[in-house]
Design a protein around this ligand. Structure first.
Ligand code: CP
Length: 307
């Protein structure tokens, strides 16, 4: 039961919750008009303390398409945060007007802290380099649409695996499915954090290996999940400049890839996928961002108990 629940971390959704959300999202894709008034009279608080295009606009579109309404900000400097108001007071304020809050924050743990200051549900729309659970739902819906199932794949996660919160959430969720093998492709400096290896991959007995070169493994992948090097999480500009173009997926690199490879990217991209790849049928990342709206419609409905 997701009604009234906070979604802070990928582990707040069990496999059954995810299955139900995927089924509902697929139903919404097929019959969007049937859901047009589902959240009439409900109000979503949309609080983005950090920039976003897809997550914010897909949540807001989702609520509007369900017949609900939205208040919030996309720039905290336009709110009383700029005057020094603390996070719990901001959350209490918005919670007194709304039924559900979606928030993104640069500090890891901020959504959990926010959830402790209110009784209305909080959805984490990304906290620092930590978690982005609704991107994971988006990724799982895209995999289901592309492959028809979520089991028995070799998935390559490529790029900034250290700071990439979408990767951390995705590993946590997808390791619950059978027969998933991970290939973790990154420069040494951007390898997956030890706690993900110890607490998630090792604990779930997932098969994984770490490599530095994409060319070395591309032919064995069923899914390739590209990520951006997270400039905003670096302490040092020189390190970012040195690492930012570590991986650029182009048609040359795809020459050895499977014909039914599914290429995903949470977006935004900077340089890591060449635009020539966009028209390849294996590129699913623009469909993926649209699926994000449908899965968020499903999540809002379930959390508000408006099925
Ligand atoms: N995927 C994602 O989180 O994109 P935005 O930063 O544009 O929301």
């Amino acid at each position: 039961m997701l009604k009234g629940k906070d979604i802070i971390d990928a582990s707040d959704l069990n496999k059954l919750d995810v299955e139900e959300l995927l089924i509902l999202a697929e139903n919404i894709i097929e019959n969007p008009r049937e859901y047009a008034d589902t959240c009439k009279g409900k109000l979503l608080g949309s609080l983005f303390f950090e920039p976003s295009t897809r997550t914010r606009l897909s949540f807001e579109s989702a609520m509007l398409r369900l017949g609900g309404e939205i208040i919030g900000f996309s720039d905290p400097d336009s709110s009383s945060v700029q005057k020094g108001e603390n996070l719990p007071d901001t959350i209490k304020t918005v919670a007194s007007y709304t039924d559900l809050i979606v928030m993104r924050h640069p500090k890891e743990g901020a959504p959990r802290y926010a959830a402790d200051s209110t009784d209305i549900p909080i959805i984490n729309a990304g906290d620092g380099g930590h978690q982005h659970p609704t991107q994971t739902l988006t990724d799982l819906l895209t995999i289901k649409q592309a492959k028809g199932k979520i089991e028995n794949f070799t998935i390559g996660l490529c790029g900034d695996l250290k700071f990439g919160r979408t990767v951390h959430s995705l590993i946590k969720a997808i390791c619950q499915y059978e027969g998933i093998k991970f290939v973790l492709i990154s420069p040494e400096e951007l390898q997956i954090p030890e706690y993900i290896k110890g607490e998630i991959l090792d604990k779930s007995k997932s098969e994984y290996r770490e490599v530095e070169r994409l060319e070395q493994v591309i032919e064995e992948l069923d899914i390739l999940y590209m990520t951006r090097v997270q400039k905003e999480r670096f302490f040092n500009e020189a390190d970012y400049v040195r690492l930012k173009d570590s991986y650029i997926l182009d048609m040359e690199k795809l020459k050895n890839a499977k014909e039914d490879l599914t290429i995903l990217h949470p977006l935004p991209r900077v340089n890591e996928i060449s635009v020539e790849v966009d028209s390849d049928p294996r590129a699913w990342y623009f469909k993926q961002m649209r699926f994000g709206m449908f899965i968020r419609m499903a999540l809002i409905m379930k959390i508000l108990g408006e099925e």
